[in-house]
Ligand binder design. Sequence first.
Ligand code: 13P
Ligand code: SF4
Length: 349
Amino acid sequence: MAGRGKPIVEKGRTVSRIESLQKRVRELKGELSVTIVAHYYQKDEVFEVADITGDSLELAKRAKESGSDWILFCGVGFMGQSVKILAPEKRVAMPKIACCAMARMIDSSYFDQSVQYMVDHGIPKEDILPITYINSGAEVKAKVGEMGGTVCTSSSAVKIIEKALESGKKILFVPDKCLGQNVARMMGLRSCVIGEGECDPREADIVCYNGFCSVHQLFELKDIEFFRRRYPGIKIAVHPECKPEVCEAADFVGSTSQIINYVRSLDPEEKVAVGTEYNLVHRLREKNTYVLSSTKPECPTMNETRLEDLVETLEAIRDGRPLNEILVDEETVKWARVALERMFEYIGQ
Ligand code: 13P
Ligand code: SF4
């Protein structure tokens, strides 16, 4: 059993049911012009049938470039939506339209209130440059694009903030306060969080919105201390959605793909405890790998997608009655696309 202090071993699975559903998915995919895309946090059985896997940045880039008519996106809502915004000519469906809880912590009116907070504290609107984490809805991305701002992902955040600073404007970072604070610390910048203590935008380089990921909040400094006491020399790798004190104490901080590459670069005998979603950690490597929490860090919405949903969605496409198709109105696409394309331009991709 995977967990605190115990190495990860194979999960028990009902192999026959899984294999027959996977076979059905592959058969249906063979009949259709469909690319199946899956984030690392998906269940193993879903992850195994994907054509494209990766972190949020890689998935957005590779899905928009794929040659097929349909993208079947196994992930959370903002991910499928981002592909539709970047490639409106493609048809995008999600076997489950599951929502990222952090993305739901902000909408366009809360975004406007955050801009107003900065204006009320002496920063004129034209001096504010908003950056939204890709974990946000299309309307928020559109607001950001219209104000001259950019989207970032966990792997591109440092480069995007570096580029944003060239404008000389004050950065408003939404919705993840942890990513905003962690990037600020790594870059030697000052940050504050609206609604937490005295947040004076004039005294900060990055003003963060007060959103967070409840899954990554589970990892605590005491978990790092526990593992270091129990296994001296163990490496600690965490996602930048973790709390600032956790990221500061870790040996490595990176996106899901970056964590995978880091762990693969270690000697197989070297122990590592990882602070991110359970499914990714579970399939990382055979031994010497631990989940950095005594509580199972499972993202509930990422885990909603089942093979049965894929079969149902593929059958619906085949029968010309698509299910869960992602649609975004033209005006929102226009500005959200500007914000997303700016990210690719700023990171040179
Ligand atoms: P990545 O971009 O690192 O894959 O992160 C996505 C996410 O939702 C992490 O919780
Ligand atoms: Fe959203 Fe957190 Fe789940 Fe990532 S792990 S999809 S940020 S709720």
